[in-house]
Ligand binder design. Structure first.
Ligand code: NAP
Length: 321
């Protein structure tokens, strides 16, 4: 009998067709609405594999309802939406999609940094709203990027890809990582700094670490108070790394210059979210990996993980536990 795969969001047809050759496939067919919790709980009852997105909370309850489940294949590199301990306890393999999205996410991170530094969205909105008066010496002035100091928190795949972009702008790069990477320092011409030291010295602070409860609100009131008044915070990692209330106050009081945010603590954010009311914030709806080619590669890799594990083989990209 064919094994059963459930997919929590509409995937491209070509990709589903490959999967359907091997398995019985069911899918939540909406593109922009996550599968409701009650439907998810029902759908997992007889499945062998689950392909899910970062919007799906795969916790102990979901796992407990799926007695035959062998693999949870997340279409994302971050996997803080999955209760890894509960999966391990049941011997379920968890996989993610590292690597295929590295360069695309680094591109977006650098684009957000540049847009925030130069107030690109605010200036553009002013023009559209008829607020472009006479050319002014100091209006719409932002911060320079070239030769500035970039502080990267988390020198992993994306952090390292960011260094390459920064070096093209003659930036001085500091990094903080839980394990110091001395081999990379010479190779990439970067310097290690402890977290507080990096926060004090950097003109741009970029968060590039995974979210877990240990790093919840890593950047809070105290950390923001260490940053320069001209500094900019960029977060394309996960929203939970930043205390949003503390960030709001720091931006409102101009304790820091600006922030560029692709991720939020609770997504999607409502239009009346307090951070959206500030004109020194550039916001995006979690589009770090959103190029057509990369999203296709992520879906493809998620499917290949399922094909391999249900076929009795090894996962291609297991989450290291
Ligand atoms: P990665 O290669 O695993 O890199 C993560 C780095 O962070 C590693 O160097 C790791 O150090 C370091 N790290 C982990 N926990 C830390 C801690 N508590 N303190 C200091 N450093 C720590 O991951 P990646 O592929 O670069 O992705 C990074 C994150 O970006 C993902 O987890 C995801 O949340 C986010 N992301 C967002 C988007 C988006 O659409 N906005 C897209 C892709 C990824 P070790 O070497 O010691 O493990």
């Amino acid at each position: 009998m064919k094994q059963t795969v459930y997919i929590t969001r509409k995937l491209p047809e070509d990709i589903i067709n490959t999967l359907s050759l091997h398995f019985h496939v069911r899918m939540w067919k909406e593109e922009n609405i996550p599968v409701p919790r009650d439907i998810l709980l029902k759908e997992v009852e007889d499945i062998d594999a689950l392909i899910c997105l970062l919007t799906d909370k795969i916790d102990e309850e979901v796992i407990g309802r799926a007695p035959h489940l062998k693999i949870i294949s997340n279409v994302a590199v971050g996997y803080n939406n999955i209760d890894i301990a509960a999966a391990v306890k049941r011997g379920i393999q968890v996989t993610n999609t590292p690597g295929v999205l590295t360069e695309t996410t680094a591109d977006l991170t650098f684009a957000l940094l540049m847009a925030t530094a130069r107030g690109v969205t605010t200036a553009s909105e002013a023009l559209r709203n008829g607020k472009w008066g006479a050319w002014s010496l100091m209006e719409f002035t932002g911060q320079d990027i070239f030769s500035a100091t970039l502080g990267i928190i988390g020198l992993g795949r994306i952090g390292e890809a960011l260094v390459k972009r920064a070096k093209g702008f003659d930036m001085n790069v500091l990094y903080y990582n839980r394990s110091r990477k001395q081999d990379k320092e010479q190779e990439l011409d970067i310097h290690y700094a402890e977290l507080n030291d990096l926060l004090q010295k950097a003109d741009y602070v970029c968060l590039m670490i995974p979210y877990s409860t240990e790093v919840h609100h890593l950047i809070g009131k105290e950390e923001l108070s260490l940053m320069k008044p001209t500094a900019i915070l960029i977060n394309t990692a996960r929203g939970g790394l930043v205390d949003e209330d503390a960030l709001y106050q720091a931006l409102k009081n101009r304790d820091i210059w600006a922030a560029g945010l692709d991720v939020f603590e609770i997504e999607p954010v409502p239009a009346d979210h307090h951070l959206l009311s500030l004109n020194n914030v550039v916001t995006l709806p979690h589009i770090g990996s959103a190029s057509y080619k990369t999203r296709m590669s992520m879906a493809q890799l998620a499917v290949e993980n399922v094909v391999s594990v249900l076929g009795g083989g090894e996962a291609l990209t297991p989450v290291q536990m």
